[in-house]
Design a protein around this ligand. Structure first.
Ligand code: C5P
Length: 228
């Protein structure tokens, strides 16, 4: 078991989510539920899947500040440990989310997503952002951290630049992780669990190498052992 491992439970099926959470929870610090699950099953399904475990609720909120603050308040009763927002919503939106989170009896950590890893330089340019992803990641990370975000979701390849720029304090949560020999799926630039933790990740997010394994509990245990 290691607190640093977050297992992504990416399924729209409640029974499958419950089965996966029960299998992997003994080996990881948190389970991650996202849009695919939450939009189908809502708060009730969240509680049924979470079974009292620590949860990273990855909804990547992005709207005007007042609406995002309201969304965070609506999520507070669930007791999630981490919530995601898009840093590109702007300084006031990040600040509104962080303030709303602080109103909870248990305040979830607010993690900012900077540039989606699905956007390469040309896709980003199409949205009007010149200068490329690396520069935009730093710009949005600075904005998010200066306005109350507790940390960032980032690619393993961005960790060292972010640590150089912002030090040890921001929580860095890193998806795009593949144990040696695992299928890449649609992830292009990956690191192994050991490499990402050595580079300075506080948490690694692992989905298909666990959920697609014949034995998800064993797969989670092996990844946990590799970074303990
Ligand atoms: O299956 P896999 O390990 O690729 O899953 C990674 C998880 O992390 C998925 O839930 C995916 O949505 C999420 N994620 C990602 N890249 C980001 C942000 C989140 O892969 N930049």
């Amino acid at each position: 078991m290691t607190k640093k491992l977050i297992a992504a439970i990416d399924t729209p099926e409640l029974a499958r989510a419950q089965e996966l959470v029960a299998a992997v929870a003994p080996h990881c610090g948190l389970v991650k539920l996202g849009l695919e699950f939450f939009l189908r099953h809502g708060p009730q399904g969240f509680a049924q899947a979470a079974q009292g475990r620590n949860v990273f609720l990855d909804l990547k909120l992005h709207d005007i500040p007042n609406t995002v603050a309201g969304a965070v308040r609506s999520l507070l009763p669930l007791g999630a440990d981490m919530l995601t927002i898009h840093a590109s919503g702007g300084a006031k939106m990040v600040e509104a989310a962080a303030k709303a989170a602080a109103e909870g009896a248990k305040s979830p950590k607010i993690l900012a997503v900077t540039v989606l890893t699905s956007l390469d330089a040309s896709a980003l340019a199409e949205t009007g952002v010149a200068g490329g992803p690396a520069q935009q990641v730093l710009r949005l990370a600075r904005l998010a951290l200066a306005n109350g975000a507790d940390g960032l979701v980032c690619s393993a390849h961005e960790i060292s630049r972010l640590r150089d720029a912002f030090g040890d304090k921001p929580i860095l949560v890193v998806p795009g992780i593949r144990p040696v020999g695992a299928a890449l799926g649609d992830q292009a630039r990956v690191m192994t669990p050991e490499e990402a933790v050595a580079a300075g990740a506080d948490y690694i997010v692992v989905g298909r190498p666990i959920t697609g394994a014949a034995n998800p509990a064993e797969a989670a245990a092996a990844i946990a052992a590799s970074i303990r």
